[in-house]
Write a protein that binds this ligand. Structure first.
Ligand code: ATP
Length: 204
């Protein structure tokens, strides 16, 4: 069983990294794939290029084998539809159970994604509680609280999962940097060093 966590990662921060590791360990996943998206269908384009976001991601997980970068959405280009990503992973690994990991904010708009019903035929959903967000899953008919259910059914379950509550967002990090303030301790030092050296998010 593998986990996938898609995102703009603009930039990657501890809110992604620590919670991904929480999920990997809670569900004993063999790995978590971090999938940087090219062009998100439901929000503004990322502020930095795919190459810049990918380079920061590589720095962040360089010494963590449980977190693996999967570049298929960047290579595919265009709008990043999760259903296409899942179909392409299933084509390579038909017997692998996939857990799609989302923050509670992202789950709130899941019904507006492209082909949500087909996504649930391909994967389970793991919903991480984000600070300040109510649990959006409780009325859902597919909900389970038993992690063992994820092994006994191939797809289609929704599992809310408590993770370390880190009130960190990429938006806040970009804002601090554009104001000339430091976002240190919200993201790995090595990532911040790279951002600073390349002046990635500084106002011109
Ligand atoms: P932005 O502030 O630019 O919207 P973000 O910090 O929300 O970015 P994304 O790359 O959009 O980061 O997030 C990718 C996934 O990680 C989403 O499912 C999001 O809900 C989840 N996520 C991001 N930050 C956290 C956090 N602090 N705790 C739990 N989940 C998070």
């Amino acid at each position: 069983m593998i986990g996938i966590l898609g995102g703009t990662f603009d930039p990657i921060h501890y809110g992604h990294l620590r919670t991904a590791l929480d999920v990997q360990q809670a569900l004993a996943l063999s790995e978590i794939r971090l999938i940087p998206l090219s062009d998100p269908p439901h929000r503004a384009a990322p502020s930095r290029t795919p190459e810049q976001r990918l380079a920061l991601l590589q720095t962040a997980v360089a010494d963590e084998p449980r977190l693996v970068i999967d570049t298929r959405e960047l290579l595919r280009g265009g709008k990043s539809y999760t259903v296409e990503t899942l179909l392409s992973i299933k084509a390579e690994q038909p017997d692998e159970t996939i857990c799609l990991i989302l923050g509670s904010d992202a789950f709130n708009s899941f019904h507006r994604w492209h082909k949500p019903e087909q996504i649930l035929e391909l994967t389970h959903l793991i919903v991480m509680q984000r600070p300040g967000e109510a649990d959006p899953t409780h009325h859902h008919e597919r909900i389970t609280h038993q992690t063992a259910d994820l092994q006994s059914q191939a797809a289609g379950l929704i599992l809310p999962l408590a993770v370390t509550q880190l009130e960190i967002s990429a938006t806040h990090i970009r804002k601090l940097l554009s104001e000339g303030k430091s976002p240190r301790y919200l993201l790995p030092d090595a990532v911040l060093k790279q951002i600073t050296e390349e002046k990635l998010y500084h106002s011109s």
